[in-house]
Design a protein around this ligand. Structure first.
Ligand SMILES: [Zn+2]
Length: 201
């Protein structure tokens, strides 16, 4: 999927249908900036506006994603190519999100130990504030870990080594399973056998 090509196509179709960026934005109830971002190939129109945009520009969703008018006889093949491409894009996004989660978790831990270290050095018997700082830092760390964990479990899926079944564990199952990197020791919901299941994005 070529965002720049899609952007040029939207701009061309907008002009062909006598819309300015402003009037198109108004018809879709979005900001001028959104239309400008689509046309510069920075992002795609969001799913909620896609159908209406295509209607206004007199094109199909397939045309939009291809950044050109798609011949009816090529339409099926083009749709399939697009689906594969979008799946690949989703996988790449998942991998990036996973890397970000790891960075956040490690960063939060480093920050936590730094705060605890500094607080411990400054601590005197009379002071009450160091306890507050430690409690607050611990809470922030736990909350960060909680959200990082949930996001991590929701990304991609695991594949059973015995039967190949692909599944997403519940948060409880994932929390109880030991893991090494992106591989977790999980019970397969289909064959009920346990295995070191690798995460697939
Ligand atoms: Zn299985």
């Amino acid at each position: 999927m070529d965002l720049r090509k899609i952007g040029r196509f939207i701009a061309a179709k907008r002009q062909e249908n006598s819309y300015t960026q402003e009037s198109l934005a108004e018809a879709l109830d979005v900001s001028n900036r959104s239309v400008s971002k689509w046309e510069r190939g920075i992002c795609l129109p969001d799913s909620g506006h896609m159908a209406e945009l295509c209607k206004l520009l007199k094109i199909s969703i397939n045309d939009l994603f291809n950044g050109e008018k798609v011949d009816m006889k090529d339409a099926n093949k083009k749709s399939e190519q697009l689906l594969i491409e979008m799946t690949k894009r989703q996988e790449a996004n998942n991998k990036r999100a996973y890397a970000n989660i790891c960075i956040v978790a490690v960063g939060a831990m480093l920050l936590y130990f730094t705060v605890i270290g500094i607080t411990a050095r400054c601590m005197t018997k009379e002071d009450f504030w160091p306890i507050l700082i430690v409690v607050a830092a611990t809470l922030i760390l736990l909350i960060t870990f909680f959200f990082a964990f949930r996001t991590e479990v929701d990304l991609g899926h695991y594949a059973c080594k015995h039967c190949g079944h692909k599944f997403t564990p519940t948060y409880g199952q994932a929390a109880r399973a030991i893991h090494v990197g992106t591989t977790r020791y999980l019970k397969c919901p289909k064959c009920h056998k346990r295995s070191w299941s690798k995460k697939h994005f």
